[in-house]
Design a protein around this ligand. Structure first.
Ligand SMILES: [Zn+2]
Length: 56
């Protein structure tokens, strides 16, 4: 599993369908056939920064 946002290959699994990238500090949530990349902004509010389909 590679980070869909920064391509870092060293991602930590934090839940059944959740991963955390320690390189770009994003949370990646896998839902059906899509990834959602969630980032915290400077106010600590989670924001979806990228959605992409799982193809490879
Ligand atoms: Zn990343």
């Amino acid at each position: 599993m590679k980070c869909p946002y920064c391509s870092n290959k060293d991602m930590g699994k934090i839940g059944r369908k959740k991963y955390f990238c320690s390189n770009c500090f994003s949370e990646i949530v896998v839902s059906s056939n899509k990834f959602k990349v969630i980032s915290l902004n400077e106010k600590g509010i989670a924001k979806v920064v990228k959605t992409c389909s799982i193809s490879d």
